[in-house]
Write a protein of this length. Structure first.
Length: 261
């Protein structure tokens, strides 16, 4: 199967324009799974909860029809980050748009810095979604620093971690190599590029979107500043082999009774 990470530079507040850009990037490269950045439709640095709410969507929003259609016309799944409106709640979420039209949402569990003033943290464990025989798990940006998230997905059978990101710290892209080795899974980290200067802050996003294999090989990695779609051909079945040595299985060698975490 072909996985694509879409490294893009969303324009703050331009939901329609960002969606059009996402569609044209999806249509520019053939893949079976496209992973797009966190908050790809709205941008990142909100002045207030009210502003974020005005740029948020429900999962049924028509903007996802256009993005879904771009994937479905190629028989592909799309994962994209967005600000999710849910009643009175506001979440930093990712939506998985399956080729059969089904939609699944993951709400970021670990919020980063100022996100805590805008969003509520997700209160559901990340779950594994099977699409056409491939088991996918979603995680969002800062979730990477909590190994429990990738582990929960891997123990649930995920073969590919779909990781939508707006990374500003310099560690994650290298750290995802370890997340993949310690769980023997693939990871597709789609980061954004460019910067935002709003709400009294200035952030530069670090690009370097990547696809990493279960043995830690960085199969593709983008640069720090360019928009683009990077594609890798992978065999998801490789993630089912948890054998590290003939006598070490990553999962059955675990001793949760000792860690007590
Ligand atoms: C982040 O979680 N957006 C750094």
């Amino acid at each position: 199967m072909r996985i694509a990470v879409v490294q893009m530079r969303p324009a703050f507040g331009d939901v329609e324009g960002n969606a059009r850009r996402a569609v044209s990037m999806i249509e520019s490269e053939r893949a079976d799974l496209y992973v797009l950045p966190e908050l790809a439709l709205s941008g990142y640095l909100f002045e207030s909860k009210e502003e974020a709410t005005s740029l948020a969507q429900e999962p049924s929003d028509p903007v996802f029809d256009e993005i879904s259609e771009a994937g479905r016309s190629a028989g592909a799944t799309v994962v994209v980050g967005f600000a999710e409106k849910a009643g009175e709640g506001l979440y930093n979420s990712a939506i998985l748009l399956a080729p059969d039209g089904a939609r699944f949402v993951y709400r970021k569990v670990q919020l980063f810095a100022g996100e805590k003033d805008i969003f509520e943290p997700g209160d559901e464990p990340p779950r594994v979604i099977e699409v056409e025989g491939v088991r996918l798990g979603m995680m969002i940006c800062f979730d990477w620093i909590f190994p429990e998230v990738a582990r929960t997905l891997a123990l649930g059978g995920a073969q590919i971690l779909c990781h939508s990101a707006n990374l500003v710290l310099p560690y994650c892209q290298d750290a995802m190599v370890t997340r993949c080795i310690e769980n023997r899974v693939f990871a597709a980290t789609a980061n954004r590029v460019g910067g935002e200067a709003r709400a009294g802050q200035e952030l530069t996003f670090t690009g370097m979107s990547e696809i990493v294999a279960p043995d830690g090989e960085v199969v593709v990695r983008a640069d720090v500043e360019s928009e683009g779609v990077l594609v890798a051909g992978v065999d998801p079945g490789r993630a089912d082999d948890k054998q590290v040595t003939p006598r070490n299985d990553l999962f059955s060698d675990r001793r949760p009774e000792i860690y007590r975490l």
